[in-house]
Design a binder for this molecule. Structure first.
Ligand code: ADP
Ligand code: TRP
Length: 326
């Protein structure tokens, strides 16, 4: 089975990205053929500062490596190093109805928040479908917010195959245990909502953000409902399983302030992510090695993509006659 996923370098990665996607990516490298890329073309729909994009792209690579991605096991690469992806995007666009794209939740959400829609933002799901289909990926581990994009990918593969024959493989989404991680304001944690807890935030600033997680105003002495609490949602992800019943009990008994639970969230955060800061700094000090990893990843990914693109071109009658030499 081939597993593939991508993360946009559109800002500092956060606990939502980690528990919704990255943790699964790292676990799956041990069992399957795994391809993970940094979706820098997608990020052009939101970041238009070239230096910042270069920096953010590098940061995602450092985060993956620091959290345990093993470049001997999984392929890590930049989306833009595989030109077949953009070539397939065009071909998929020709078999995709505009109505399908008009139904995309993420496009509707973004435009509703006042982001002026470029054609790139509108066509974002086609580029994402090409990312997936070019490697004949079987499973795509993502958070819940991306499931609709994968269903659209299934539709696009189906339309292509109906017209041109069985060339593309239908992928399935793979959801982890934390399909939606809440942010400090209780909405979905997202780089674009300003409500994140960063994976590699500075300790003081992170503590401050954790202490600022929104809770209801139940007085300390009263019983509280763990299941509706944003702090408990994070405890569930961070704390060892045997510790949780104890916290649930303390919530329900009353006499516990939310501050106690927040302090524990911070401690657990430091145990799991604070201890990776050094590993991240060590990778950051070896930029040439990181670049070599990304290039080697791209070579392996391209060796899969090119023959699939050949099949696609042949299926739809695109005769290239050999690419003109540069
Ligand atoms: P963001 O919304 O912060 O821009 P991305 O869209 O780049 O995040 O998401 C990268 C991956 O992380 C995707 O697989 C996405 O589903 C997952 N993800 C992002 N935020 C969350 C969240 N709050 N809960 C669960 N998964 C998430
Ligand atoms: N759209 C995804 C996100 O914002 C990132 C992404 C781009 C992706 N291409 C992909 C995820 C292909 C999985 C597969 O999270």
């Amino acid at each position: 089975m081939r597993v593939l996923s991508g993360i946009q370098p559109s800002g500092a990665l956060h606990l939502g990205n980690y528990f919704g996607a990255m943790r699964q990516h790292i676990e799956l490298q041990h069992q399957y053929e795994a391809l993970y890329f940094i979706a820098n073309y997608h990020t052009l729909t939101s970041v238009q500062d070239p230096e910042q994009l270069v920096q953010l792209t590098r940061d995602v690579a450092l985060d993956y490596l620091a959290m345990g991605l093993d470049p001997e096991k999984a392929c890590l690469f930049r989306q833009s190093d595989i030109p077949e992806v953009t070539e397939l995007t065009w071909i998929l666009a020709t078999v995709t109805g505009k109505g399908l794209l008009e139904r995309a939740h993420s496009y509707k959400d973004k435009t509703a928040r006042g982001i002026s829609p470029s054609m790139g933002l509108f066509c974002y799901p086609i580029l994402m479908a090409a990312d997936i289909l070019i490697y004949r990926s079987n499973a795509v581990p993502v958070g819940k917010d991306q499931v609709q994009h994968i269903e659209m990918t299934q539709d696009m593969a189906g339309h292509f195959n109906t017209i041109y024959g069985d060339v593309l493989v239908r992928p399935e989404p793979l959801l982890g245990e934390a399909p939606v991680v809440p942010g400090i304001d209780g909405q979905k944690m997202s780089k674009s909502y300003g409500n994140t807890i960063e994976l590699f935030g500075a300790p003081k600033a992170t503590r401050k953000r954790i202490m600022a997680i929104v809770t209801d105003s139940t007085p300390v002495e009263d019983p509280k409902d763990p299941e509706t609490c944003n702090v408990f949602a994070l405890l569930k992800l961070l704390a060892p399983a045997e510790e949780l019943p104890e916290w649930a009990q303390r919530y329900r008994a009353g006499g516990m302030g939310y501050g106690d639970a927040k302090k524990r969230v911070y401690e657990l955060y430091e145990e799991q992510f604070g201890t990776r800061r050094e590993a991240r700094a060590a990778w950051a000090a070896r930029p040439d090695d990181v670049e070599d990893i990304l290039r080697a990843g791209a070579r392996k990914a391209r060796a899969i993509a090119e023959p699939v693109m050949e099949d696609v071109r042949a299926a739809c009658g695109i005769v290239t006659g050999g690419r003109a030499p540069v």
